[in-house]
Write a protein that binds this ligand. Structure first.
Ligand code: EPU
Length: 292
């Protein structure tokens, strides 16, 4: 009898993670669990804790690099309908952690709910966007958050205010807890203008970033007041390659992988780029992506 027997209906074994991440790289997860609701998730994390089995949440896989030997634990996906609920109440919207950020933001913009136009072109689930405070020059996700329901590692639930969520540049105080849902605040605005803004932001993103390639978005955080992409570019590293991974020619803070790429190639390149920037700019770049 396995420790996960009572959850067997929603457990898969040896699941490829490469097809679930935007990088398209990395080994399998030993198990994958699809909880049907927060109660079942809470019971599961308690059991996993009792059994000392490690687990991680995988959202849209857009900011994650899975190592070639995979993850020897449980990958949890909040893809059941109960994690995808959206309740609109004027300018306040409660949205489940498993909802896709992009279509949700587009829909809100087109309805004249203004706040998430800057999320155009950012692949994420609501849970991932909240945890990372996803964003760019057109805004950050955290700005629209009023509060969130958060599950602790012991399965208990809490409501966290915006202040407690502690948003900063690509970070929040979520750490290894689980976002269950978020309540967002929008300004009611002109639907046409709002929808147009979303579309323009998306167009700009497509022009400046290699969105058709396999990547995890920007690899490094921008050091204060500087652009990591510009620094890497000025080191002459655009197009620099390690086997099947290379620094994007379009934006130097992206590493893109082709069909023969491996996670080890990407990790090698990350170390190489960081060393070069350290030598040429005397600045230590901090990795933005989550490496499993
Ligand atoms: N630049 C170069 N060479 C490059 C890339 C950029 O010279 O290869 C220059 C640009 O010309 C510009 C400056 O660097 O003058 C800043 O570049 P960009 O506008 O592309 O913005 P960024 O700082 O590189 C940030 C976010 C992106 C976000 C964009 C646009 C970070 C690490 N990156 O990029 O976020 O999409 O602004 O809003 O904060 C991500 O976090 O994954 C990400 C892609």
């Amino acid at each position: 009898m396995s420790w996960w027997n009572e959850f067997a209906e929603h457990i898969q074994c040896d699941v490829r993670l490469s097809s679930l991440t935007w990088f398209g790289l990395g080994g399998p997860a030993r198990w994958m669990f699809h909880p049907q609701n927060a109660h079942e998730l809470s019971q599961f994390v308690r059991r996993a804790q009792d059994e000392s089995v490690p687990w991680k949440i995988l959202g849209d896989g857009a900011n994650v690099l899975v190592r070639d030997d995979g993850f020897d634990g449980v990958v949890i996906r909040l893809d059941a309908p109960s994690f995808k609920a959206v309740e609109k109440n004027g300018g306040a919207v409660r949205v489940g952690a498993g909802v896709d950020l992009m279509p949700f933001s587009r829909e809100c913009s087109r309805e004249g709910l203004s706040g998430l136009e800057g999320m155009a072109g950012i692949p994420a689930t609501i849970g991932g966007a909240l945890k990372m405070n996803a964003g760019g020059r057109f805004g950050e996700f955290g700005r629209s958050v009023r509060e969130a329901t958060v599950m602790n590692r012991d399965g208990s639930l809490e409501t966290w205010s915006k202040e407690r969520l502690g948003f900063g540049y690509r970070r929040s105080a979520i750490a290894d807890r689980i976002v269950i849902d978020a309540t967002l605040e929008f300004h009611e605005s002109d639907p046409q203008a709002c929808g147009r803004m979303f579309d323009e932001n998306f167009r700009f993103k497509k022009l400046t970033q290699p969105m058709a390639d396999k990547s995890a978005g920007c690899i490094f955080k921008n050091p204060q007041g500087q652009s990591a992409g510009a620094m890497i570019d000025q080191c002459g590293l655009k197009g620099f390659r390690r086997n099947g991974a290379r620094v994007s020619e379009q934006h130097a803070n992206f590493i893109v992988a082709d069909a023969s790429g491996t996670s080890s190639d990407v990790c090698w390149l990350i170390d190489y780029v960081r060393d070069r920037v350290q030598r040429e700019w005397s600045t230590e770049l901090e990795v933005e992506i989550d490496i499993w």
